[in-house]
Design a protein around this ligand. Structure first.
Ligand SMILES: N[C@@H](CCC(=O)N[C@@H](CS)C(=O)NCC(=O)O)C(=O)O
Length: 225
């Protein structure tokens, strides 16, 4: 359950990204799921220039792309579900439990992430522009509404479906970490604790440290940095 250059499973990741994205690049989701499942994997590092043919693998030219010699998958939702299907730790086997977990991965990716991302990107990339200043209050309200809904459902449970961590939590925690960067969790303290619980998992810590180690190793030197 670690990085192993001879592993069958390969994921792509970036060799380096600017500091604000450290710990947020989405290969972290695949790494975390693989660590939770106890599966060895290797990482193919990409730069800004993608290798020839990469678009054939990932139609949006992004990371991560997953290949275990059996399936090739883009999109973290599908990748994490596939890994979950290999590990009962991440995805219950009974149909209701399984689809409760899967529904939360969709909720994280489709109901929560777009609202959070919109709001966070306004500050990260367009902070000084007038249109962004005007857009911010409604984007903020929309993101906070989605977060309140998750917060209400989570209530004082450890995980979204009670006491059992699943791929739904894995995905939701990664989305909420982005919300935390944008200081969007201030009204939902149970989500702050929920993120901390996710981040405290040894598998998360291994995944995060492995991603950060790659960026440190490839930090541009001098002017280019
Ligand atoms: N919906 C995709 C999003 C993947 C994504 O946004 N990847 C980013 C890194 S976090 C990326 O590769 N960005 C570079 C680009 O879009 O050119 C997923 O969940 O896999």
């Amino acid at each position: 359950m670690s990085i192993n250059p001879n592993a069958q499973i390969e994921i792509t990741a970036f060799a380096w990204v600017p500091e604000f994205a450290h710990g947020l690049v989405r290969d972290l989701r695949a790494r975390w799921a693989l660590e939770e499942a106890g599966l060895d994997y290797r990482v193919r590092l990409l730069g800004q220039e993608r290798p020839d043919g990469y678009l054939k693998q990932h139609p949006f030219d992004q990371v991560p792309f997953f290949d275990d010699g059996v399936v090739q998958i883009f999109e973290t939702g599908a990748i994490v579900q596939y890994i979950g299907e290999k590990s009962e730790t991440l995805l219950p086997r009974d149909p209701q439990g399984k689809y409760r977990a899967i529904q939360w991965t969709y909720a994280a990716l489709n109901s929560v992430e777009p609202a959070v991302q919109q709001r966070v990107l306004l500050d990260a990339f367009y902070g000084d522009q007038e249109w962004a200043r005007l857009r911010k209050p409604s984007a903020d309200e929309f993101a906070r509404l989605k977060l309140r809904r998750v917060s209400d459902r989570l209530a004082d449970n450890d995980w979204l479906e009670g006491d059992r961590f699943t791929i739904g939590d894995l995905m939701m925690v990664t989305v909420l970490r982005l919300a935390a960067r944008g200081e969007l969790l201030s009204e939902t303290p149970n989500l702050i604790d929920y993120v901390k619980r996710g981040e405290a998992r040894p598998a998360f810590q291994r995944a995060l440290q492995d991603q950060l180690a790659v960026f440190r190793e490839h930090e541009p030197q001098g002017e280019a940095a």
